[in-house]
Design a protein around this ligand. Structure first.
Ligand code: BG6
Length: 460
């Protein structure tokens, strides 16, 4: 059993991520009674406790439409500030004084990865690395070698069981639901093999562009930003074998085994794109070859999936914002109803926006003759299950409780870097595409001449 946190220390409390995601998530946790420990914010700032508390209120109001004043008051009362430079040992001495004697601390680093080592050293120097967990934000490395180097820095002071690496897609309930849908239903799992599935298509589309994140985005691109981490984690949940038990490390073992079987990408099965106008974004280097779109075919060399391609596309400035997985089933052996090649068998797992599942079936059209027509059989999870929790609510609740299931283990991160390595920084110009379109023309037939399965619009 993991030790629950007695205090939450939030490095980067004045930053963007804290304002947009973390502080609103902490409000929700207080509301549900899942956060009852003091929160110590750390940042290089001239703020005091009062200024931090009004910042907490502003962030919560900006993100949550109807705020309960009593809940907000409880969160504000639990918040304290330790201001200082992370490179200054005095900051950590002050922090050590603020952490209650003997408390088990959860240190959350919402700071750039270049500072992870400095903060880890600072914490260790004042004895705060013992009786503690360290939670670090993505990106974890820039490639395999830098991920290992970063891990070595942290491993000086922390064991693997103390290190929680955030991938906020693992905190998305519809992503986790892939496991429940697959392994809790006899309806799904027997179909989920090369015997019945022809191919998968995974789409992560965003209808917005890089906007004010030019300099960050230009140094990463789509593959590092969302494929190496978020989408390979989704793929692992989608394709892994059943874990031995629901325990965190059994799940993570199953994901790791799956990723080991994913073949290193072949650049000839990859299309990179860049939307027109990207080069004018502030912070983007002149003549940058960073991709804002990628489509790739993955192959899984294991018993279950041999010969079943997984086509994946992700990009900015596309027509819609959606995260979607389609399993295209093999057609029945004989086209009895005159629809050769028109089999509708598809299972769509919509992960956002508007999570749900749709089985596309063929049924007889009313009237004479056996004329099959497509009918969608859909469950909208929001309607039947109610509102889901936001990813950062799950991440903080689990980090405090010490449940590592929704954090990325180092071995899966290493496999993911290995898989994408051949398409990092190819140095060639990506193909152009117009904002609001589905990426470069060359990507349209990546899954085959029939193209990608048409996506229904996202739920509002
Ligand atoms: C982040 C990426 O990790 O995930 C962003 O840096 C991307 O570029 C975002 O937009 C998507 O996350 P969500 O939760 O908004 O779907």
């Amino acid at each position: 059993m993991s030790t629950p946190g007695d205090v939450l220390v939030l490095f980067g409390v004045t930053g963007d991520l804290a304002r947009k995601k973390i502080l609103p998530a902490l409000y929700r946790l207080v509301e549900r009674g899942e956060l009852a420990v003091p929160v110590i914010g750390v940042a290089l700032t001239d703020w005091d406790d009062d200024k931090l508390r009004s910042h907490v209120a502003d962030s919560v109001h900006a993100a949550i439409p109807s705020v309960d004043a009593a809940v907000l008051g409880r969160l504000q009362a639990s918040v304290h500030l330790v201001a200082g430079d992370y490179a200054d040992p005095g900051t950590f001495t002050a922090l050590a004084k603020a952490v209650p004697e003997g408390a088990f601390a959860v240190h959350y680093l919402a700071v750039p990865p270049s500072l992870f080592g400095t903060v880890a050293d600072g914490l260790a120097a004042v004895g705060l690395a013992e009786r503690a967990r360290l939670v670090v934000e993505k990106p974890f490395g820039h490639d395999l070698a830098s991920a290992r180097a970063l891990d070595a820095l942290l491993a000086k002071h922390y064991s693997e069981s103390q290190l929680f690496r955030v991938d906020h897609f693992l905190g998305k309930e519809p992503v986790e639901d892939l496991l429940v849908l697959r392994f809790a239903n006899t309806l799904m799992e027997p179909l989920w093999t090369r015997q019945w599935i022809d191919r998968f298509e995974i789409t992560m589309a965003e209808d917005f562009d890089v906007a004010d994140r030019g300099s960050f985005y230009d140094s990463v691109g789509t593959v590092r930003d969302v494929v190496q981490n978020h989408l390979l984690q989704v793929m692992a949940y989608l394709l892994m074998d059943a874990p031995l038990t629901d325990a965190a490390d059994d799940q993570r073992d199953a994901k790791h085994t799956l990723l080991r079987a994913v073949r290193t990408l072949d650049p000839s099965e990859v299309v990179r794109g860049q939307y027109a106008g990207y080069l004018d974004t502030p912070g983007v280097a002149a003549g940058s070859t960073t991709e804002t779109y990628v489509a790739a075919t993955f192959h899984v060399d294991n018993w279950r999936w041999s010969g079943v391609p997984v086509h994946l596309r992700a990009g900015k400035a596309l027509p819609v914002t959606v995260l979607d997985v389609v399993a295209v089933l093999k057609p029945p052996p004989r086209p009895l109803f005159g629809v050769a090649g028109a089999s509708a068998d598809r299972i769509r797992l919509r992960l956002q926006a508007g999570a749900g599942v749709t089985f596309t079936l063929l049924a007889k059209r009313p009237g004479g003759g056996d004329v099959p027509v497509e009918i969608p059989v859909t469950a909208d999870f929001r309607q039947v299950l109610g509102t889901m929790h936001e990813p950062y609510e799950r991440i903080f609740a689990d980090a405090l409780a010490g449940d590592p299931a929704h954090f990325a283990r180092m071995d899966t991160i290493e496999e993911a870097w290995r898989i994408v390595a051949p398409i990092l920084d190819p140095g060639t110009a990506p193909a152009g595409y117009e904002p609001g379109t589905w990426g470069p023309a060359a990507a349209a037939t990546l899954p085959g001449p029939q193209g990608w399965v048409e996506l229904p619009p996202p739920a509002r």
